[in-house]
Design a protein around this ligand. Sequence first.
Ligand code: PRX
Length: 650
Amino acid sequence: MSSHHTYEHKTYPVKAEIAQNAHINNEQYLALYQQSIEHPETFWAEQAETILDWQKPWEKVMDYDYTQGKISWFEGGKLNVSVNCLDRHLATRGEQMALLWEGDDPAQDKKMTYRELYQEVCQFANVLKAQGVKKGDRVCIYLPMIIEAAAIILACTRIGAVHSIVFGGFSAEALKDRINDSDCKLVVCADEGYRGGKIIPIKATVDKAIASCPCVQSVIVIKNTANPVAWNAERDVWYQQAMAEAAITCEPEWMDAEEPLFILYTSGSTGKPKGLLHTTGGYLLYAAMTHKYIFDYQDGEIYWCTADIGWITGHTYMIYGPLCNGATTLLFEGVPTYPDASRFWQVVDKHKVNIMYTAPTALRALMAQGDQYLENTDRSSLRVLGSVGEPINPEAWEWYYQQVGKENCPIVDTWWQTETGGILITPLPGATELKPSSATRPFFGVKPAILSNEGQVIDDGSEGVLVLERPWPGQARSIYGDHQRFIDTYFKSYPGYYFTGDGARCDERGYYWITGRVDDVINVSGHRMGTAEVESALDEHPLIAESAVVGYPHDIKGQGIYAFVTLHIGIEGNDALRKELVDLVRADIGPIASPDLIQWAQQLPKTRSGKIMRRILRKVAANEIDSLGDTSTLADPEVVEDIIKNRLNK
Ligand code: PRX
C-alpha cells in the first residue's frame, strides 16, 4: 500500500468495444447522473417503474429528514420481493438456471432453475407459516453456503418475515446476542458445514446459543453432512421432512415499500453490533439497478459473487440484485485456496463465469501464492471483474487486471457499506476510465462530499471525511430497536449529511479515493470489526486490567489486529496467556476477531484526563514511531517509551 503514488497517474481508458456493447457509456453516464441529481424524483420514479413490478403504485417517491433519521421511498406502494425475483421470470426464463452451486469439494455441484427455486421458496414459505411465523416476525438464518440458503431467504420475503442472517463464522455467544437483540422467533440452520476441507459445527453452535434465547420457539435444520447431531424433538424440525409435507404454492404477502425486509448486524466504533434495518421497495430497486449497471450484467451471463450470505455483499449482490434481474448467480461453498490456490480460476472455467466479484484480501492471498496457479486455467469467459470490502492496493489491482483478466476486463472497485444497502461509488465498465485504487465516481443519485473535521466542505483535493448529501433508495432506515442510535451514529456529527465513517479525497477530475475508516472500526480480511468488541472480550479475562486494540497494516488481511494488554500488578505475560486470550476472543466473537499480535504493556498511554491515546498506539502498531505526532498531552511520556521498546511489529 506504500507505493500508492507510483500508480497514481496510471489510467486505463474504456476500450471502444466495451463501451459500445455496455448498458451505459460515458456520455450516458454523465447525462443520467446529471438528471438523477437535478430531478431525483422523476429519475427514481422512472427506474422504479421499469425495474420492479408493483402490485399497487406508490403515493410519494421520496421523503426525508436527516435530523430525525427519517428516510422513505415509494411509500404507499405495494410489492413482494419474491414475486420480483421469481414469479415474474417464470414465463420468460422458468427453465433458465437461477442458481449454480459449487461445493467446497470440487466434485460437488448443484443447479436450480427459476421454476425449481420458485417451488422451493413457496414450499419453505409454507413451512415457516406452519411453524407460526407471520408477517413482521424475525427469523434468524445461521447457515453455511449451501444452495438452500437462497430459497430460505426468499421464502421469508414471500410471507413478509424479516430475516436476520448471522455469518456462520460467528461464535455461539455472538449468535445469541444477535438473536436476542432482534427477538427472533425461529432459527434456520444446518447440521454442519464444509469449509476448506474441514467440517464446521452449526447446529451445535445454535444449541449453545439458544440455551439463552427465550424468544426462539423452533429450529429448522437442513441435513447437510448428515452426521449425527443433538436433537430436541419439541423444538427441532428437519428441513427435508417439513418440505416433503409442504404445499407447493404460496400466495405472496403484499408489502408496503417501507415495511422491513431484513436486519443485518454490523460493527460500529462503540458498543455492541447494530442491527441495520433495510426495507422493501427502495432496497430491491437499488440492488437490482446497481447490479445491472455496475457489473453491466447482460441477459444469459453467469455472474459470481464470492461473498458469504452473512455479509451485506452476499445479500445484495449474490441474492437480491441478480435474482431480481433474472440473472444466473453462482454460490460457492468453499475458500479460494482449497484444494489449492487455483480453485477460483477452476470455478471460473468450469462454470464459464462472465462476471466475478471478490475481495482484495482474497486477491492478495492468491497473488502471494504465485502465478503458477493461474497458468493451468484459461479464464477466457471473464468479462468484468469487481472488488469490494476494503481499499484495493495498486499491486493487487494490477495483478487482478493484468494476470487474472489478461487486460480484457474492466475492474469495478465498488465502495459501499452495510448501511448503504448497495454500491455508491464505483466505475461503470463501459463508461469510466479506470485508475487503480480509486473507486472513481458516484452512482446515479448519489451526492458525496468531503468535509473537514469541523464540517467545512473540502474542495481542494485534500483528505477529509466522506459524507453523503441526500438519501438513495437502498439506504438503511434504522437500527433495529434503537432509532436514536441510528440518528446519533450517522446524522449528528455533520448535520444535514449521512456520515460514512470513512476518510476520502476527491481529485481534480472528480474521482474519489477512499483512505479507510476514521473511527475505531477496523477491516480485517474485508470483515468489519469494532476494536471495542475485541477489547471487551479481552477484558473478560480475570488477569487483565485493561486493553486497547488497534488495526495495523497487514500484507494479506489489509489490517491485522494488534492488542496492547495491561495485566494486573504482579502478573507476568507469557505465550500460554496469549493463547487463553485468543481463545476468549474466538469464543466471544469468532475466529475472524483473533488478535494477530498481543503486546504486554505496563500501562497504556493516556491523556491527563485518563483517555487512552489510540492515535499513538496505532502509530506504534504500524511501526511508524518517527511520526507519533503531538505527545504533549500525555500524562506519562515514559509509558510510550516502554511501549515502543517492546513493540512486536518492527
Ligand atoms: O471502510 C469501508 C470499507 O468497508 C466498510 C464497510 O464495511 P461493511 O459494512 O462490512 O461492508 C462491506 C461491503 C460493502 C466501508 O466503510 N470498504 C468497502 N468497500 C470499499 C471499502 N473501502 C475502500 N474501497 C472499497 N471499495
